[in-house]
Design a protein. Sequence first.
Length: 123
Amino acid sequence: MNSVLNKEVQKVGGRLVMQVGDKEIACNGTLTLFMFTRNANALFTPDLCSRVTFVNFTVTPSSLMSQCLNIYLKSEREEVDKKRNDLLKLQGEFKEKLRMSEDQLLDALAKAEGEILENQSLI
């Protein structure tokens, strides 16, 4: 499959071919490959992950419950839905602040000179 993923197309006798296993397959230059699995625990190598785009259409009980809760709150309890949405936005903002703080701390640790445990500003 590496030749397909790398789009290694060769011109043989005026036509484009791609080597798949031990066979030459005729193709045009606009090959699009879709692969899917029903295995929810499928593992992929980092090499493969760097060359393809994954789209996850997994439906889980928690995602279904969340969608049902959203529909119910919008139709029955609008004030609770608004408060919930505000809290979700606030949670997202706090996650961003946490990420920025982590980045700042890592940057300060990388630039620290001498013993880290003796540096009061880092502690």
